[in-house]
Design a binder for this molecule. Structure first.
Ligand code: PRP
Ligand code: URA
Length: 209
């Protein structure tokens, strides 16, 4: 059964509040998303396995810890997921990056796939799927299915703002995938936008529309 981690941290909450405000422009929105993603990276990598290695400091030999086991991949869902990549990469600089292109059909609100490019060894990596918005959950669930089709067995989902129905869909479709999120909002409106949310994350990030 998957676990839903709502990351409760004063600095993340503060930065998210600034992002939500309607007057926040694209430059600040991008910067804040970048900073939050780096902070969330701390939580999402908390359970990475470590191993003891022998090293030598300028003063003495010692046994110290290094991250061991599978390597990481970050997979943003285009477009808005791109805004979370650099922050996470500053936390795990050796991670590879795959891309999944999905957009929500404006009429049906169902995700439509238009791009997928993965590192060749993606099935051997711990994959962190990133997308700021978890609304109906359709995009995240489809992205995870695409990764599973490519052999991935260790997948986590990192979002910024969601609603319970989106999280429930992903957990029902993918009970093996843990979700990390900064805030769980109230509901979706008739256009399947998160209320209160922060609007269209892709448009706010890139200054489109
Ligand atoms: C947004 C968001 C998610 C999706 C969430 O992308 O970034 O990918 O909607 O909605 P869902 O949970 O109901 O599937 P959008 O389709 O607007 O594309 P964009 O990032 O290119 O703007
Ligand atoms: N996608 C967004 O960018 N915002 C929402 O509120 C829902 C889906």
């Amino acid at each position: 059964m998957s676990t839903l981690h709502v990351i409760d941290h004063p600095m993340i909450a503060h930065k998210l509040t600034l992002m939500r405000e309607v007057g926040t422009g694209a430059k600040d929105f991008r910067q804040l998303l970048n900073e939050i993603s780096m902070l969330m990276g701390y939580e999402i990598t908390r359970d990475l396995p470590t191993e003891e290695v022998e090293i030598e400091t300028p003063v003495a030999k010692m046994t110290a810890k290094k991250v061991s086991g599978k390597k990481l991949a970050i997979v943003p869902i285009l477009r808005a997921g791109l805004g979370m990549v650099d922050g996470l990469l500053s936390f795990v600089p050796v991670a590879k990056v795959g891309h999944i292109g999905l957009y929500r059909d404006p009429e049906t609100h169902m995700p439509v796939e238009y791009y997928c490019k993965m590192p060749p060894d993606i099935s051997e990596r711990i994959v962190i799927v990133v997308d700021p918005m978890l609304a109906t959950g359709g995009s995240a669930s489809d992205a995870i299915s695409m990764l599973k089709k490519r052999g991935c067995t260790n997948i986590k989902l990192m979002c910024l703002v969601g609603v319970p129905e989106g999280a429930e869909k992903v957990m029902a479709d993918h009970p093996d995938v843990d979700i990390y999120i900064a805030a769980m909002d109230e509901k979706l409106n008739e256009h399947k936008y998160i209320v209160p949310g922060l609007g269209d994350a892709g448009d706010r990030l890139f200054g489109t529309k």
